[in-house]
Ligand binder design. Structure first.
Ligand code: A3P
Length: 275
């Protein structure tokens, strides 16, 4: 029941790296028996894959359900991280539909999800852009330093979720799908979540979810996080496909391709690397 300290900011538990002070081993263990409800929605991603983007889309899809008691100040309140309950003590008492985000691997997720009662939206991003985004984020997140990053390895995350996909009710989507055709991505997500959107609602969501508008949206841009934790304006950095080409050397790219081919050879995931 103890987390193993890595440094002042990161700790390890059951093979997964967590932020110090934001969760406990007891909480992570308790998630195993966390009771799942039929209308629960989980967004699962590897960090820097477009989490807050998909979170905003899902939050907007469920905006229609908001009543005075369920209007949250921002997307983090509306769709908190399952593994980081800090400041959200109401996971059990929250009215349905409850929305959660998570970066966890399947082994650490509630066992009840395997009953396929609740829905999981999984967003993956091509790992070259993912790592570049993470690199920049580490510099903006005051307590992170490369190469010690939170979570698991990108390869393990995608492998685990893909291998166990039949045990869950899960929709796989890529960041690149969202960049290339946001409308289709929103329709796909809303249909999967069983939400019929009117044409006006769909247009409203797409408008709110563009990079430019989200960056200005205080509910969605994460500038509500304290500045001593994260520099302002860093969550929405560039929002494009292929930025890795500005950072990778030719040799790094070749090495990356080799590792990628080796590790992903049995995983039929096709990514778009440039447009
Ligand atoms: P970049 O650093 O490449 O710009 P996460 O939310 O998982 O931390 O992912 C952050 C990445 O998603 C950042 O990538 C960010 O710019 C991108 N992103 C967030 N909202 C976006 C949007 N509306 N459109 C395009 N990209 C977005």
């Amino acid at each position: 029941w103890k987390m193993e300290e890595i440094n002042d900011y990161l700790c390890k538990y059951k093979g997964y790296v967590f932020a110090v002070g934001m969760t406990t081993a007891e909480h992570i263990d308790s998630l195993q028996s966390f009771e799942i409800r039929e209308r629960d929605v989980f967004l699962v991603t590897y960090p820097k894959s477009g989490t807050i983007w998909a979170q905003n889309i899902i939050a907007l899809i469920f905006e229609l359900d908001d009543t005075d008691e369920t209007i949250y100040e921002n997307n983090l309140e509306k769709m908190p991280w399952l593994e980081y309950p800090e400041g959200h003590s109401d996971y059990v008492s929250r009215p349905s539909p409850r929305l959660f985000a998570s970066h966890l691997t399947p082994a650490l997720m509630p066992r009840g999800l395997k009953g396929k009662k609740a829905k999981i939206v999984y967003v993956a991003r091509n790992p070259k852009d993912n790592v570049v985004s993470y690199f920049h984020f580490c510099h903006a997140w005051t307590s992170l330093e490369t190469p010690k990053i939170g979570g698991s390895s990108w390869f393990d995350h995608i492998r685990e979720w893909h291998t166990h996909r039949d045990e869950y009710s899960i929709l796989f989507l890529t960041y690149e799908d969202m960049v290339m055709d946001l409308r289709s991505a929103v329709v796909k997500i809303s249909q999967f979540l069983g939400r019929d959107l009117s044409e006006a609602m769909l247009t409203h969501i797409i408008e709110k979810a563009t990079f430019k508008n989200m960056k200005k949206d205080p509910k969605a841009n994460y500038e509500f996080l304290p500045e001593d934790l994260l520099q302002k304006g860093k969550f929405l950095r560039k929002g494009i496909i292929g930025d890795w080409k500005n950072s990778f050397t030719v040799a790094q790219n070749e090495m990356f391709d080799q590792v990628y081919q080796e590790k992903m050879k049995d995983i039929p995931f096709k990514f778009i690397w440039n447009i």
